[in-house]
Design a protein around this ligand. Structure first.
Ligand code: GSH
Length: 216
């Protein structure tokens, strides 16, 4: 059961997985506190023993909510959806729900992990090429899927967990200079979502730990 204490999000302004959770909180109208975890400074604050108590995977986000600590953004989003009122983040219809999970997993398991900081650090000099390659590979699969499932958003006309995964992934793609023009459905849905309040307020350019030169 949901309690009255505000959830605490341990995240990083530019982390796509932290952004997913911020969007979900915002869509549901949930107030929360943020504790910044700088993934770069001092070799990464996610590496500290103190942070590993929250998430032994040394990744953000970690969320303290209702007396438990959760990592894994999709688990957090689904928990919020199951315990909080407000718009559904996963549709009631089993087929649409499966499509939302399919798209979310494609992004969260098939694309995002391959451009993670600790992966790119291992790749070294060719990291930009590597990231571009796997983002293109993922988007080449996502584009025809979205052509079939989308309406206004990724699955039909309601914002869902799939959209929550899509927008931060496109943001990452643009950071790695992937030409999103090649993916008209991805581009269209991303642009539509970026006009909505929940995606705007949760944007990396507007967080407490956003450096001054990246603020919008
Ligand atoms: N599957 C996890 C992935 C979390 C993840 O990859 N977090 C990244 C930032 S988006 C991170 O903390 N990386 C730290 C590093 O690379 O050292 C989730 O969805 O929460």
């Amino acid at each position: 059961m949901a309690t009255q204490t505000k959830p605490v999000l341990h995240g990083y302004f530019r982390s796509s997985c932290s952004w997913r959770v911020r969007i979900a909180f915002s869509l549901k109208g949930i107030e929360y506190d943020q504790v910044p975890v700088n993934l770069i400074k001092d070799g990464g604050q996610q590496m500290t023993e103190q942070y590993q108590e929250l998430n032994p995977m040394k990744q953000v986000p970690a969320v303290e909510i209702d007396g438990i600590t959760l990592s894994q953004s999709l688990a957090v989003i689904q928990y919020i959806d199951e315990t909080r009122p407000g718009p559904r983040l996963l549709p009631a219809d089993p087929k649409a729900r499966a499509q939302v999970r399919m798209i979310s997993d494609l992004i969260a398991s098939g694309i995002q992990p391959l451009q993670n900081l600790y992966v790119l650090q291992k790749i070294g000099a060719e990291k930009a090429e590597w990231a571009q390659h796997f983002i293109h590979r993922g988007f080449q699969a996502l584009e025809p899927i979205l052509k079939k499932t989308s309406g206004k958003y990724c699955v039909g006309d309601e914002i869902s967990m799939a959209d929550i995964c899509l927008v931060p992934q496109v943001y990452n793609a643009e950071r790695f200079k992937v030409d999103v023009e090649q993916y008209p459905t991805i581009k269209r849905i991303n642009e539509t979502l970026l006009e909505t309040e929940a995606f705007k307020v949760s944007h990396p350019s507007r967080q407490p730990d956003t450096p001054a030169d990246l603020r919008a």
